[in-house]
Design a protein around this ligand. Structure first.
Ligand code: AMP
Length: 480
């Protein structure tokens, strides 16, 4: 199938051609003709399926007729996060190069005055997060009765983030004669109720249900010790062993671990960035931009920070932790193997992850292959039990498992763990660097900080080699 048959305008087709897209994705082929027919849409599709273009392209075509009036946007797109809102804006810029449309973004972290000015000028496309939109509305700077098309994107994520009451309020503020385009990766009951209330006879287009992972993604499990520093060493082993690794996202369950892992990889001279929900907007955008451009090869991220982001061409996904929510596994894996390319996903599994792993394998209806020996969950459970009972003795036994050289340990846990970190991980000074720093500082360092030296090898100890492209650029030597 080609884009020519979908009913898009010449201007839009020229932009699609310029973007290099040869044929529409399933959600685009299904949704675009229906949107152009002015039908409501219920699109069940995850990110990575081309869903953004499935609404931006027909909207651009429809917007060619008519013009905007001050403070009365013609179309409204609701996104759960600022990043997603910014990405949709970029889509309008990319596909709307042949149009003269005013696009405004209402997101937190940008001054109201600037946003007011844009609204006063008359807006064809308003892209907003729900809270910020309502702030503007309540200040009387925005009238919603001119909205002809309402897009609600990533509805299940809106639900996770507690935005549903805001969405309901916004839906009631917009004339019911509008056209509504509604997208969600999953359909929990709360979302079903919302669509029953606010959509009129929608065309339902469902692609790649979230319980399936792409066939072109190879998935592997790797047994790992549970201690953080040992896990970090296990991750480095995976990074070193991964074939055809061009760039990767490394997922952690907790944002605290995002910071720690980021710092650890940085100390090991990887070309790494981090992304998590607490970072300020500017830093997140900068980080993402650098990753997209290939300036950063590894991105450490939490689920909340990464879900829905448009990060093209990720060759690998590494799960530093087995996700607690099985669906997050599918979302994470969905970052690779896009648009028919092959991808690889590796998950570190510790003795404590049994039930989470089982939930994932039940959800995706397949068992995932182990790389090397599978973890012995029974033995791990026994060891945990013994540790709980025996306390000290079990602890000292397990501490002998580490690969630290012979060292004079004082017997205190803290010094033992420092000793191990010295081998596989940081020095004393580097350990100190693990103490919390301002989160928003972290990524800037990743991007801006120059490597301490041009030599990478010593940081790894004997026998460890990192592919050069994963390393940060060495600082050019001064001519002397
Ligand atoms: P989305 O699901 O909207 O996040 O899109 C995922 C990625 O697919 C984005 O990087 C788009 O630029 C890209 N994309 C969208 N439509 C197509 C298409 N028809 N052919 C190839 N790539 C596409």
């Amino acid at each position: 199938m080609s884009f020519d048959t979908l009913g898009l305008s010449e201007k839009v087709l020229a932009a699609v051609d310029a973007a290099g897209y040869k044929e529409p994705t399933a959600i685009q082929a299904g949704a675009i003709p229906q949107v152009l027919e002015r039908r409501d849409i219920l699109g069940i599709a995850q990110t990575g399926t081309g869903k953004t273009a499935s609404f931006t392209l027909p909207m651009l075509t429809l917007l060619e007729k008519g013009r905007a009036r001050a403070r009365m946007p013609r179309t409204l797109i609701l996104e759960p996060t600022r990043e997603l809102a910014a990405q949709v804006e970029e889509n309008f810029e990319r596909y709307g190069t042949n149009h003269k449309l005013n696009v405004a973004l209402l997101i937190g972290g940008v001054s109201f005055a600037d946003q007011d000015r844009k609204l006063d000028r008359g807006t064809d496309v308003l892209i907003a997060t729900p809270g910020r939109l309502l702030d503007h509305f309540e200040r009387g700077k925005l009238l919603l009765q001119g909205v002809e098309i309402l897009v609600i994107d990533e509805a299940d994520r809106m639900l996770d983030m507690g935005f549903i009451p805001d969405i309901e309020r916004i839906c009631k503020l917009i004339p019911f004669t509008r056209q509504t385009l509604f997208f969600s990766a999953t359909m929990p009951p709360e979302i079903q109720r919302l669509t029953d209330t606010f959509l009129q006879n929608p065309a339902r287009i469902e692609v790649a249900p979230t319980a399936t992972t792409a066939e072109n993604v190879s998935q592997h499990l790797k047994a790992s010790p549970s201690k953080d520093y040992e896990k970090r060493a296990a991750l480095r082993d995976l990074l070193e062993g991964a074939e055809d690794l061009q760039n990767a996202i490394v997922f952690c369950n907790r944002k605290r671990d995002v910071s720690t892992l980021f710092r650890s990889l940085e100390r090991h001279e990887y070309n790494v960035g981090a992304l998590h929900g607490d970072m300020d907007q500017r830093t997140r955008m900068m980080m993402l931009d650098n990753f997209r451009k290939g300036n950063i090869k590894l991105l450490v991220a939490s689920d909340v920070a990464a879900r829905g982001l448009d990060i093209p061409e990720v060759s690998h996904v590494f799960n530093f932790d087995v996700p607690i929510n099985a669906e997050d596994y599918v979302h994470r894996i969905g970052r690779t193997g896009r648009a028919g390319r092959s991808g690889a996903a590796y998950t570190l599994v510790t003795g404590e992850d049994k039930k989470y792993l089982e939930a994932i394998e039940t959800l995706i209806k397949q068992s995932i292959e182990w790389l090397g020996e599978p973890i012995d969950f029974e033995a791990a459970a026994k060891e945990r039990k013994a540790r709980r009972k025996g306390g000290k003795s079990a602890k000292s036994e397990s501490s002998n498992d580490n690969d630290a050289p012979q060292a004079k340990t004082s017997g205190r846990r803290r010094s033992q763990s420092k000793q191990r970190e010295t081998v596989s991980e940081p020095s004393q000074e580097q350990q100190d660097a693990l103490t919390p720093a301002s989160v928003s500082e972290l990524p800037q360092k990743a991007v801006n900080k120059k490597p301490k030296s041009g030599k990478h090898e010593p940081a790894f100890g004997a026998g460890v080699h990192i592919p050069a492209f994963l390393l940060r650029e060495p600082r050019p030597k001064k001519a002397s």
